[in-house]
Write a protein that binds this ligand. Structure first.
Ligand SMILES: NC(=O)c1ccc[n+]([C@@H]2O[C@H](COP(=O)([O-])OP(=O)(O)OC[C@H]3O[C@@H](n4cnc5c(N)ncnc54)[C@H](O)[C@@H]3O)[C@@H](O)[C@H]2O)c1
Length: 453
């Protein structure tokens, strides 16, 4: 059992990390500056949505396995290992903003009193581990008072805990044998499938790959993973664009493509593009890192460029349906979070689309199962509801933006010909999720991104 502090412990990554490590039997202090999130967490409620999180969290709180605090000094002094999971947003030039990480490092420099392993979970560009070592070295001795380890996070929001307990891999980067040993001890229960509370998805398959490497490779592996996922999305969006021009059916193309074992089906659905808190930000940071090192990342610039154009594809379809003036036209957006299964609206392209439509005078209404409050917090004027029927009522255009199963199950008879609506809406399906037979049989016209009818 290790005493572990998680700095940024109320965020998406910090909370999953804290809960996961506590479930492995470690004693975790999750520290954060967000009082609202901390207050909720102490009551066993999470402000960030993660499947299955709250029941595990409550078991851990009852067992005193995890606690939540805003006291950073006490957290630092009472921990043998400190996981840093604060934000690393984009600066205007695309580089990662390391202000939160550096501010935490300065606090560690002043408060560490015993040998502590500092584990950087936040996604940070190559070189950041050296920056953290430099800050700490102003007062402390590396190797004696502290070591710094890179341990990038690969979770998918919404299924973060599943990814913690059954990870595709664990990557740990350090030049310190002592620190690597501490990390392996921390993850040992997970590698052996041992947890102290009831966890439905504890890994039971083949061994979890545990990769020990140098900090540079660990950090670059994370950026490479996100750049690759972004590339797949821009790739399939570009194929969808070509398919639409030449009369293809993107659903069949995606299926046929994904059957190739060298390619696989994941991250191959067309859509409005990649938004959210990671892919865009991390791709930009990688492009900046390449530029700083005199390398021209032509392919990644293309990936970003395709992503920017994707919003225009969707706007063109809306204008195609309604004509050039969107003034007071009623448009329904299905899906406000940056993807299905999460309440995270940070850098959601649905919100960006809402802003573009609102700025043209359109009357926009949004639907989401999990993110209505978060969307309204970001955009107080946005009309939004969890009731899909209410959102569809009176809409002239409906745009499906997320692959939520309830969108596939919509009963279109209420808004189609013969239904209660004055006129059926035109439907734009960016994700290939809707039931086209039901649309057709109810006399509803539609566009599918990447297909012709
Ligand atoms: N969200 C994801 O899906 C995901 C996946 C992998 C990696 N990451 C990376 O993990 C990092 C965190 O992302 P997130 O999505 O969890 O962000 P988040 O905003 O949800 O969490 C960050 C938390 O840090 C807290 N914080 C900020 N400054 C602090 C300080 N000085 N002391 C204590 N707490 C502080 C914030 O209050 C917040 O709760 C980022 O680098 C991100 O790129 C995110």
């Amino acid at each position: 059992m290790t005493d572990i502090g998680v700095i940024g412990g109320a965020g998406y990554v910090g909370l999953v990390t804290g809960v996961g490590l506590a479930a492995l039997g470690h004693r975790v202090i999750a520290q954060d500056i967000d009082q609202r999130r901390l207050e909720m967490l102490r009551r066993g409620n999470s402000a960030v949505y993660e499947e299955g999180l709250e029941p595990i969290l409550r078991q851990l709180i009852d067992r005193d396995q995890i606690s939540f605090t805003d006291d950073q000094i006490a957290t630092i002094r009472n921990s043998e290992a400190l996981f840093i999971a604060v934000g690393t947003p984009s600066l205007a030039d695309g580089a990662a903003d390391l202000a939160q990480v550096i501010s935490v490092a300065e606090q560690l420099r002043d408060e560490i009193q015993q040998y502590t392993v500092v584990v950087v979970k936040s996604t940070v560009p190559v070189g950041t581990i050296d920056v953290v070592v430099d800050v700490l070295s102003q007062k402390l001795r590396v190797g004696e008072d502290f070591d710094v380890v890179s341990n990038p996070e690969f979770l998918r929001e919404g299924s973060g805990l599943i990814d913690f307990f059954a990870p595709s891999r664990i990557i740990v980067g350090s030049t310190s044998v002592r620190a690597l040993k501490v990390l392996r001890e921390i993850y040992e229960p997970l590698l052996n499938g041992n947890v102290v509370v009831d966890v439905p998805w504890i890994h039971s398959g083949p061994e979890i790959p545990y990769v020990e490497t140098d900090p540079t490779s660990a950090q670059l592996t994370k950026y490479a993973a996100n750049a690759y996922l972004a590339t797949r999305i821009s790739f399939i969006n570009e194929i969808a664009g070509i398919s639409e021009k030449v009369g293809g059916n993107i659903g069949d193309i995606v299926y046929g493509l994904g059957l190739d074992p060298r390619i696989g089906p994941g991250y191959l659905k067309p859509g409005i593009g990649f938004g959210g808190p990671c892919l865009d930000k991390d791709l930009r940071a990688l492009i900046t890192l390449a530029g700083e090192n005199s390398y021209d990342p032509v392919m990644f610039n293309g990936v970003l460029q395709r992503n920017k154009l994707q919003m225009r594809e969707v706007m063109n379809k809306i204008v195609g349906a309604l004509g050039p003036s969107l003034y007071q036209r009623r448009i329904a957006l299905l899906g406000l979070a940056f993807k299905e299964g999460t309440n995270d609206v940070r850098h959601s392209l649905s919100i960006r689309l809402y802003r573009a439509l609102r700025d043209q005078g359109a009357s926009v209404v949004g639907h989401d199962l999990l993110a209505v409050d978060e969307a309204k917090e970001l955009e107080p004027e946005l009309e939004a509801s969890t009731d899909v029927g209410a959102v569809l009522a009176g809409a002239e255009v409906v745009v499906a933006l997320n692959s939520e199963q309830i969108y596939a199950d919509i009963d279109w008879s209420a808004v189609g010909i013969g239904g209660t609506a004055d006129r059926p809406p035109h439907v734009i399906d960016t994700r290939g999720i809707l039931d086209t037979n039901a649309l057709k049989s109810n006399g509803i016209t539609f566009d599918i991104l990447g297909s012709t009818g």
